[in-house]
Design a protein. Structure first.
Length: 434
């Protein structure tokens, strides 16, 4: 039996009902329910904030939270799409439907430059740059790199390598307890069963702990893009990760010792010549964690997620790069986020929330959040986006939203699979921005 006429009539009825609802409740109050037709512009019924879909294709993805996605002038945003690397005009965001211009194809974005209108991307085992306005492309260097510095003179990657001078020696093996015992000692001692989320968290940490128990010696390879010369330095027995250059100092690199966060001193900096290797936050208690570090726009502060101890007390913390002095903003459990970010002027923070299986084990943590620091050292939290239909980490479809704040501070950009396929969205900071 041919079902097409029925389906057509049913679709017509749905559209008629939707049109009536739009007439009654306003243009942006009813997002589309079709899995293959995510809404383009609506108001979140739980928060009252306007949300705009920036991507035009499912499978699009904004960059990792600490990779710069914005032009120095703040007028364009880049992100990955199934067709290539797209750019969106932010000057008309909220007044005109966003249009994604595909700047390059067959490439994956590395970062937008800090001082020019070039963005860097990888393609077929090499690094290229393209102009975000003209799409002119040139090859920069061969091989894999992780980050580009602020004046586009250095790129960096890590390798397995032993210190040829012999000064950096292998540490003694570490005895690692099963993470169930480390993370949930009180519950296990009291014979209280762990929740499925706690069991999953312990298994994840066991995987990280095995690599931490016998670390390899790693080093940085800094390549000078003007001379083509490379220097290997910074030898250390650690899993080196989260490489990100200072946004203002071309010779300063922020990185981390990856692993079980409650068993590593994670946040470090080093200069491109291998000097001044420095721990930026020293743990002060058992099970304390600090991680998902990122730069302030002025390069003066390194911000990070701090828990004292893990899963119990939550802070958004920052360390001054020159003095080491720390700033801490207290957060409630349900305010905790996998990643945080800060506006260019330092007046706003955003967080991407987390499901109940994350480190905070929050009961109501699935929100895109805005945080406003107060003169007394507290923060005011505001919910921006209801993420309860978003899949954070379960299975192959899980994804972290990775929030960023647009340069003028009016929008928070994030990625989400709340409608099925992965898309890039922007939510207005101001409720009145309709």
């Amino acid at each position: 039996m041919n079902e097409f006429p029925k389906a057509k009539r049913r679709r017509g009825a749905e559209l008629a009902i939707r049109a009536l609802l739009l007439l009654l409740f306003g243009l942006e109050s009813m997002p589309s329910s079709g899995a293959d037709e995510p809404p383009t512009d609506w108001v979140d019924s739980a928060t009252g904030h306007r949300i705009i879909r920036l991507s035009s294709q499912g499978g699009s993805s904004s960059l990792y939270f600490h990779q710069n996605s914005y032009t120095p002038e703040g007028d364009k945003l880049i992100f990955d799409t199934p067709e290539g690397i797209g750019a969106v005009d932010l000057k008309t965001l909220g007044t005109k439907p966003p249009k994604v211009d595909i700047a390059v194809t067959n490439g994956r974005a590395l970062a937008m430059a800090r001082m020019t209108r070039e963005f860097y991307f990888t393609r077929r085992g090499a690094v290229f740059t393209a102009n975000v306005d003209t799409d002119a492309v040139r090859e920069v260097c061969k091989g894999f790199v992780t980050a580009i510095n602020c004046d586009e003179t250095f790129v960096v990657r890590t390798i397995s390598a032993t210190d040829p001078s012999g000064k950096v020696t292998e540490p003694p093996p570490r005895t690692m307890l099963p993470q169930r015992e480390r993370m949930f000692a009180e519950k296990i001692k009291a014979n209280i069963p762990l929740t499925p989320e706690e069991e999953r968290a312990a298994r994840k940490e066991d995987g990280l702990a095995r690599r931490l128990a016998k670390p390899q010696c790693r080093a940085f390879v800094f390549t000078n893009l003007k001379t083509g010369e490379s220097e290997t330095n910074g030898y250390q027995y650690a899993w080196l990760n989260h490489l990100q250059f200072s946004p203002t100092d071309p010779n300063l690199l922020l990185y981390c010792h990856e692993g079980t966060w409650h068993e590593v001193d994670r946040i470090w900096t080093i200069r491109t010549d291998g000097s001044q290797q420095r721990l930026m936050h020293k743990r002060t208690m058992d099970m304390e964690i600090a991680g998902h570090e990122f730069w302030s726009s002025d390069g003066k502060t390194i911000w990070f997620d701090l828990q004292t101890p893990r899963s119990k007390e939550f802070w958004l913390a920052g360390a001054n790069v020159e003095t080491g002095k720390e700033t801490r903003y207290k957060l409630e459990r349900d305010w905790w986020s996998i990643h945080y970010n800060v506006s260019r002027d330092g007046k706003l923070f955003a967080g991407d929330g987390g499901d109940p299986g994350q480190v905070a084990f929050a009961k109501d943590g699935m929100w895109i959040n805005l945080f406003r620091p107060q003169p007394d050292g507290s923060v005011v939290r505001e919910r921006l986006v209801d993420m309860r239909k978003h899949n954070y980490v379960t299975g192959d479809d899980g994804v972290e939203p990775n929030v960023t704040i647009t340069p003028e501070g009016k929008w928070v950009v994030f990625k989400s699979n709340m409608f099925g396929k992965l898309e890039v969205f922007a939510v207005a900071v101001d409720k009145a921005a309709r």
